[in-house]
Design a protein around this ligand. Structure first.
Ligand code: SAH
Length: 401
């Protein structure tokens, strides 16, 4: 085997890596034994020269090494074949019926810097680290061998690429693609716009929660349902199919709302669903004018806002936003109604999220009974020794009084 440049860590910096966290920060590094090119494979050792494993180096990133394995491995086609196959086996085991799902979720699958999503017969890849970006051709070969997809699309338009010293890059890497891809979640049809849609196309992380929330609403015979931050109506359409007769979905994106209306028709649910392109905060204000008594009228409210936080500093503002929507949702809910609420910010943990909900419930003078807890769907696995892999949490409550 060729000798690899060695990254030596400062004393005390090895424990996290030994525990399975793959990020070596610039500040943890004592020195390099030889210069390493950006994107190159390096070996990482502790200050006593004990091998911690190999990873991909990038001098331009705050995360200077992304670990790939605790031993010497060749980062070649066979390596990607094996890792991606293992990731796929995990999905087949835990989401056996899904036809669209996240195949590779970066750190959750021990491939830091790589995301691969499957939308039926089309794959989307995102390479957010230099070492992965340099190996795109190998990854594409691997994916072709495993899936024989109709097309493989690259969605490398994320702003954070500049922190890795990489430019934006979008387009079809293999095969052909025109127009959005029809996607099925449990028999309902959605649309993934793989060239410019949200995330890589759809919010795959909510896939199982659509069904769980719809089941809850069916059990409580919810008819009048408000779906806030609905995007294409993932929760709305599932709720309507489960028996809700008056579903209102709200999203500020005109484009998303236009798709939601089209999908309601395509799924035969247009009579039960209405969608409005409005800011949820403004909508709540006009539905609940100050100094006016508004009779609670909703059987269920779903809150699935975007992450209001980009970093720790913006957490207090985000919490005010979370509190406001919960307070207003609780004012619109009938006694016995259901609140299903989600938080996708990694910086707001489950305890803090619950505190905000309780504080809104106090102000609204309502008492809640928790009836379900949610997380990200199993194609976004959580590795507890890598806290960053956990971000989506949610609860469902019944309003007791
Ligand atoms: N529930 C959706 C995903 C929601 S993602 C699903 O399962 O597919 C968050 C959505 O909130 C995005 O579609 C975004 O357009 C919308 N959004 C962001 N801020 C908003 C606001 N202030 N008012 C209304 N919609 C907003």
């Amino acid at each position: 085997m060729e000798t690899l440049p060695t990254v030596l860590l400062k004393p005390g910096e090895a424990d996290r890596i030994v525990a399975g966290h793959p990020w070596v920060y610039h500040s943890s590094i004592l020195r390099l034994t030889h210069p390493a090119g950006d994107g190159a494979v390096v070996q990482v050792k502790d200050h006593r020269q004990r091998l911690l494993g190999v990873g991909l180096y990038n001098s331009k990133s705050k995360i200077q090494v992304r670990m790939l394995a605790p031993e010497r491995v060749n980062v070649d086609r066979a390596f990607f074949d094996e890792r991606i196959r293992a990731a796929l086996d995990f999905r087949r085991k835990h989401l056996p019926e899904a036809t669209s799902f996240r195949v590779v979720n970066a750190e959750s699958d021990f491939l830091s810097g790589l995301i691969v999503d499957k939308y039926e017969d089309v794959l989307v890849i995102q390479t957010s680290a230099r070492g992965m970006d340099d190996r795109k051709a190998l990854i594409v070969e691997s994916l072709q061998a495993l899936f024989s997809p109709r097309a493989i699309v690259e969605r490398n338009d994320a702003a954070f690429r500049k922190f890795e010293g990489m430019t934006e890059s979008n387009g079809v890497l293999a095969g052909e693609l025109s127009g959005p891809v029809p996607v099925r979640f449990e028999g309902l049809i959605f649309e993934a716009d793989l060239k410019s849609g949200h995330k890589t196309g759809l919010y795959l992380d909510q896939q199982l929660n659509y069904r769980m929330v719809a089941d809850l609403l069916a059990r409580s015979k919810a008819r009048d349902v408000l779906d806030c931050f609905c995007f294409q109506g993932g929760f709305s359409l599932h709720a309507a199919r489960a028996g809700a007769t008056q579903v209102l979905g709200i999203d500020q994106s005109e484009e998303a709302v236009a798709v939601a209306r089209r999908l309601a028709k395509a799924n035969g649910l247009a009579e039960r669903c209405t969608f409005e392109a409005t800011n949820v905060f403004d909508w709540f204000k006009s539905a609940l004018p100050p100094n006016e008594r508004v009779l609670p009228r909703c059987d269920a409210v779903i809150l699935d806002p975007p992450s209001f936080t980009r970093n720790r500093a913006s957490v207090p503002d985000a919490l005010r936003g979370y509190k406001e929507i919960h307070l207003r949702a609780l004012k619109l809910l009938r006694t016995g109604g259901t609140l299903a609420t989600f938080c996708c910010s990694h910086h707001v943990d489950a305890t803090t999220f619950m505190d905000v909900i309780l504080s809104a419930a106090y102000d609204a003078r309502r008492v809640l009974r928790r009836v379900a807890q949610f997380g990200q769907s199993p194609d976004h696995p959580v590795i507890p020794s890598i806290p960053e892999t956990e971000y989506l949490k949610g609860y469902a409550f019944e309003v007791v009084r």
